[in-house]
Write a protein that binds this ligand. Structure first.
Ligand code: GDP
Ligand code: ZN
Length: 376
């Protein structure tokens, strides 16, 4: 892609004025922090209202529409590519391509650029940074993102983690009993964010595997990889390890299904680190924003945060649900009413497909539940 310096008119978030205090500790903490770092200056903003103002900056345009933006470097030394493993307040831990770790702050100009998120840099971001001899550095550019997991809070999009390659949905065949509707719910999230999903049914040592075949068939026919595992017999562990190798994996599933046990089987050291993260985020001030990439020896990452595991807060718009069901999707455009909800309408192609067995009845029921806003 050709990049040339050009003037860019851009929105700036006014961050030197006093923000309204809401009594929210996390928020007032980060506001103070930001203001301290931004060293108060005699700059007055007038007439443009409280929210934004325009300023012209010289920079490089790097797919700005996709979230990438570059600012012309001012510091010496080579710019290096790295991956943000963790963001804590205004500091990010960046892993360079040689594996070394760097504590980085973000360039003030990048932080000032108007974005829809609270923190400009997110865990999982690929960035370009410069570091001094001590190893500490400055992030100068964020590469365009894909596979972003986000949720909205107070009307703004909040990125939890960027550049996720895969969502690994863990369920258990028993104890707790298998909940296919919960698997469907996680699949919707994956489809919504256009992230590949892998389904893992753990604890198969507790059941007769033949009984799982119909369900496995339904998901396989839709193109999802389904793995049957047991941490007791080690069945499927190697396949799961291979499925997770090389990419950034978010692990989800209700508690008790065996997520920690599986991670422990895949990489014993990792589990220790997961436990540390959980303990840290319990007491951390940035609890809700903490996502962390934990490197795997296979070259990939496990992205862990207790909040992500449960997916409780994630937005699903009822109208979007059908499009996130791969098996329902082909029928949607064949319904009589363009705004068909596929629940009570006549001449509904989805319901017809269920009636004559082309669509799995359980999947259809889980669609109806989810559309009605029920989680399971
Ligand atoms: P998490 O909450 O999803 O992290 O689940 P844990 O890894 O803590 O496991 C919950 C319980 O299930 C523990 O008592 C594990 O020993 C047990 N468990 C995990 N995997 C298996 C399995 O494959 N088979 C059986 N029978 N029990 C398992
Ligand atoms: Zn319909």
């Amino acid at each position: 892609m050709a990049k040339k310096n050009k003037k860019i008119r851009t929105d700036f978030r006014k961050n030197r004025g006093s923000r309204p205090r809401t009594g929210d500790l996390t928020r007032s903490f980060s506001t103070d922090d930001e203001q301290r770092l931004d060293a108060p200056r005699d700059e007055r903003i007038s007439g443009k209202g409280e929210l934004t103002r325009k300023r012209t900056v010289i920079g490089q345009e790097a797919d700005a529409d996709q979230g990438g933006f570059a600012v012309r470097p001012e510091v010496g030394g080579a710019s290096r590519r790295g991956r943000v493993l963790k963001v804590h307040g205004l500091t990010s831990v960046v892993q360079a391509e040689d594996g070394s770790l760097h504590q980085c702050v973000t360039r003030r100009l990048l932080r000032t650029l108007s974005t829809d998120q609270r923190h400009v840099v997110a865990a999982g971001d690929w960035v370009y940074f410069r570091s001094d001899r001590s190893g500490d550095g400055i992030i100068e550019r964020i590469e365009p993102r894909r596979g972003v997991l986000s949720r909205s809070s107070r009307g703004r999009q909040h990125i939890i983690v960027a550049n996720v390659d895969q969502i690994v949905i863990i369920s258990s065949a028993a104890e707790p009993y298998l909940k296919p509707n919960l698997i469907d719910r996680f699949l919707v999230t994956a489809e919504q964010h256009r992230i590949r999903a892998v389904i893992c049914i753990n604890k198969v040592d507790l059941v007769d595997r033949a009984g799982l075949e119909p369900l496995v068939g339904v998901y396989s026919r839709m193109g999802y990889q389904v793995l049957l595992t047991s941490t007791k017999t080690a069945l499927g562990i190697e396949r799961l390890r291979r499925a997770m190798a090389g990419g950034a994996n978010v692990i989800v599933g209700q508690s008790g299904v065996g997520k920690s046990s599986l991670l422990n089987r895949i990489e014993p050291e990792l589990n220790l680190r997961v436990a540390t993260v959980s303990a840290e985020s319990q007491k951390g001030r940035h609890t809700t924003t903490t996502a962390q990439l934990l490197p795997l020896s296979s070259g990939g990452y496990v992205i862990d945060t207790p909040g992500i595991r449960q997916f409780q807060l994630w937005d699903v718009i009822p109208e979007e649900v059908a499009g996130c069901y791969r098996d329902l999707r082909p029928y949607v455009s064949l319904c009589k009413f363009p705004d068909c909800t596929h629940t009570h309408e006549t001449d509904c192609a989805v319901k017809d497909a269920v009636a004559d067995g082309r669509l799995d009845a359980r999947r259809y029921e889980s669609y109806c539940h989810l559309r009605a806003g029920e989680l399971e």
